[in-house]
Design a protein around this ligand. Structure first.
Ligand code: GAL
Length: 417
């Protein structure tokens, strides 16, 4: 009961309310999967758990990229009442583990042989101090382009494979009277495009800048070039881009109002939900100049340290369900992501999903698979947020040129560490 002492009346009321709703065998899940495609994928999980007798108490916190969800989580934990399982990305998982807030999935992971089938790149975030603390549900990647097929065909040009080819396609789309780039001006979306622009300057360069945080790379010529490209892309967006949700930007491409969106493969979930077919209605390509390398993020369910045998049993049953190969296929086919284990066949996936799986395996083997800075897999939140500030300022025209933005980025990252 000590936890009650420091709580406000409101927090105590929330705790009492949630406790009365949640049955012992329920899992309470905090997540930000609220768009059409995301909700469809989440349903696959809910139904899978329901079939296994595990109840679901939903705690959705809208907001792409999960920033609002992480703020809500902090409030719940501060109130002494963490949810059972929380959708979480990369370094955030490690930060919560370091605070001692997470549970332990070692017995499930050992019994089911997770070490052998979940890639090292994911384990780096699912384990803390050698112990399993989270169950990875997928692998997304950010260096994708989603193009309206009819709009591309109308340009008379092929799929762009270089920056110059991309600009040529965008110019033609502009001439045709559509918005070339569908974008939502929110910091995490600006940063998602920037992942790809930095990767396009070279896989080694991405690693130096966004994984190793090398000041010379962060403030150097290649970073300046990436910012110049970002500033150029801004000129292909419509005037109403500010604050737009990412799934509304996807809709603009789906209905032909816009030509393309630079977004992670969760965008594919929106196209599929709208009944669109890859190769027929839309085209998925790697951001020009990034084929062969992948910037990834993996949604994982971090398991909080909950009290009571029944709750812990439900938590473990959820983790087991998530790592089942059949679930991994069913869920990721709908979500747009690829499986979090290496032994899931690609047969049920569409062409974009098959490409995603192949690209991931190849990048992993070639040493060109890197964590997404925009989605919390490059560096901890303090550094990520520092990059957001500079990237968004660049989109909003606050720097004279790319070189000025690169200088600001190197300074901001240095200050954030
Ligand atoms: C990402 C997350 C995806 C998708 C996206 C937009 O951070 O990994 O699963 O939900 O945000 O909300």
């Amino acid at each position: 009961m000590r936890a009650y002492l420091g709580m406000t009346m409101k927090a105590a009321a929330v705790l009492a309310m949630t406790t009365s709703i949640a049955k012992a065998e329920d899992v309470e899940v905090l997540h930000w999967w609220t768009s059409g495609g995301e909700a469809a994928a989440l349903n696959v999980l809910k139904e899978d758990l329901a079939a296994k007798g595990i109840g679901w108490v939903d705690m959705p916190v809208a907001g792409g990229g999960g920033e609002a969800a992480m703020t809500a989580l902090r409030a719940r934990v501060t109130a002494g009442n963490p949810p059972t399982a929380v959708q979480m990305l990369g370094f955030d998982i490690q930060d919560w583990a370091a605070e001692g807030a997470l549970g332990n999935l070692d017995d499930v992971a050992t019994a089911e042989g997770w070490d052998a089938v979940i890639p090292e790149a994911l384990q780096r975030f699912s384990k803390y101090d050698g112990h399993w603390i989270a169950a990875p549900v997928n692998v997304h990647s950010t260096n994708w382009v989603w193009i309206n097929k009819a709009a591309l065909d109308a340009t008379g040009l092929g799929e762009p494979k270089s920056w110059d080819e991309l600009v040529a396609v965008l110019d033609k789309m502009k001439e045709a009277g559509i918005t070339p780039v569908a974008h939502g001006g929110q910091p995490w979306q600006d940063a998602t495009i920037f992942d790809a622009l930095v990767l396009a300057e070279g896989a080694d360069f991405y690693k130096a800048a966004f994984i190793d945080l090398d000041p010379a790379a962060l403030g150097g010529e290649k970073m300046a070039a990436a910012f110049d490209h970002l500033i150029k892309l801004r000129s292909y967006m419509d005037d109403n881009f500010s604050g737009r949700d990412w799934n509304l930007a996807s809709s603009m491409v789906i209905n032909g109002e816009a030509g393309m969106q630079f977004m992670g493969d969760w965008a594919k979930g929106e196209f599929l939900k709208a009944g669109k077919v890859p190769g027929t209605d839309f085209v998925c390509i790697r951001f020009p100049g990034t084929q062969g390398a992948v910037t990834f993020n993996s949604d994982q369910f971090a398991m909080f340290a909950v009290q009571g045998d029944a709750k812990i049993a439900a938590q473990k049953a959820m983790a087991t369900a998530i790592e089942s190969p059949t679930f991994q296929s069913a869920f990721n086919v709908v979500k747009g992501s690829v499986p979090a284990r290496t032994d899931v066949p690609d047969t049920a996936f569409d062409d974009c999903g098959k490409k995603g799986m192949k690209d991931l395996a190849e990048a992993s083997a070639a040493g060109t698979l890197f964590g997404s800075m925009a989605h919390g897999h490059g560096a901890p939140a303090s550094v990520k947020n520092a990059t957001y500030d500079v990237i968004t300022a660049a989109v909003n025209g606050q720097y004279a040129d790319g070189a000025a933005a690169a200088k600001a980025l190197a300074e901001a990252v240095a200050a954030a560490q």
